[in-house]
Design a protein around this ligand. Structure first.
Ligand code: CA
Ligand code: ZN
Length: 298
């Protein structure tokens, strides 16, 4: 059986105070319908930025209460499928992103999705690679806007959170209160202009509570890699946090000394950028799974 949450049931802040819109047992499959990050308000390039309601930005569908989830547990979210609409939107916003101070006028661009490609213009077509920008649980703090990332997940804008990947989120409140939004048809690492190809759609996920895993920040796995994910207002501090989390994980998992685990990460691990345009920047530390296969049960 598949549960479903309509996109009108959405939140703008992740918080323990949000009322759950659905309760499900651990192990359930749920489809989250999602708005784009502008709440689907920009449908043609003529009606642009002025249509954005900045109070209702980055809506996330939910929150979902997962029975049995308690603070200290981990929520395992398997991304079974991501489907996207037939068009997305991008924006150039003065003052925003790495080129912001040189953007003279606001502009939006509607991007059609055709035959598995995002039609950027008549000559440039990009292969789509649907991913989730915002996915998180209620944080330890009172309330965090859906546009911000943190230990609870949130706006990580991580291109690796896509179909087939498995996300692990620390649980801070009973039921976890999972919410998902901000899909991108494709996005470059860094998201330098603050928008990927922003698009509405839906995410089908299998959600399970795990009791015997201990993490402080989100972790992810896909076919090739395991990842630690960390966010900070200082990019270097984010890199250090993600590295320390992976180091700790690998010391335990492979029973390596401090130095040996460090050398292994230095030889085989990759520091990668998720996004550098939100108040908190997000990075991931990727470690190829082949390293784990020599261990006990990789
Ligand atoms: Ca985002
Ligand atoms: Zn987005």
């Amino acid at each position: 059986m598949e549960y479903r949450i309509e996109k009108e049931k959405c939140i703008y802040n992740m918080s323990a105070n949000n009322k759950p819109v659905l309760m499900v047992p651990s192990g359930s499959t749920v489809r989250f319908e999602t708005y784009d990050c502008f709440e689907d308000r920009i449908q043609d390039a003529g009606k642009g930025i002025e249509n954005i309601d900045w109070e209702h930005i980055n809506p996330a569908t939910g929150p979902l209460y997962v029975e049995g989830a308690r603070p200290g547990d981990v929520l395992k979210v398997e991304i079974l499928d991501i489907s996207i609409n037939d068009h997305g939107v991008m924006a150039a916003i003065p003052g925003s992103g790495l080129l912001g101070e040189r953007i003279e006028k606001a502009e939006v661009k509607i991007i059609q999705i055709r035959d598995g490609q995002a039609v950027f213009n008549n000559s440039i077509k990009l292969p789509i690679s649907p991913m989730i920008g915002v996915i998180g649980v209620a944080p330890q703090e009172d309330s965090i806007p859906c546009g911000s990332p943190g230990p609870h997940g949130g706006n990580m804008d991580n291109t690796k959170i896509n179909k087939g990947s498995i996300l692990y989120l620390p649980v801070f409140v009973e039921g976890s209160l999972l919410a998902i939004g901000d899909l991108h048809a494709c996005m470059g690492d860094g998201e330098i202009m603050v928008t990927g190809v922003e698009i509405s759609g839906s995410v089908k996920a299998r959600i399970e509570v795990i009791k015997d895993m201990n993490i402080k920040n989100p972790m992810l796995e896909d076919e090739e890699n395991i990842y630690t994910i960390a966010s900070d207002s200082n990019l270097f501090a984010a890199v250090k946090k993600a590295t320390e989390d992976m180091h700790e994980f690998i010391m335990k998992r492979l029973r390596l000394s401090f130095n040996e685990a460090g050398m292994l990460l230095s030889a085989a691990g990759n520091v990668q950028i998720c996004q550098v345009v939100d108040p908190m920047m997000t990075v991931r530390f990727a470690l190829p799974k082949i390293v784990l296969r020599d261990g006990s049960n990789g």
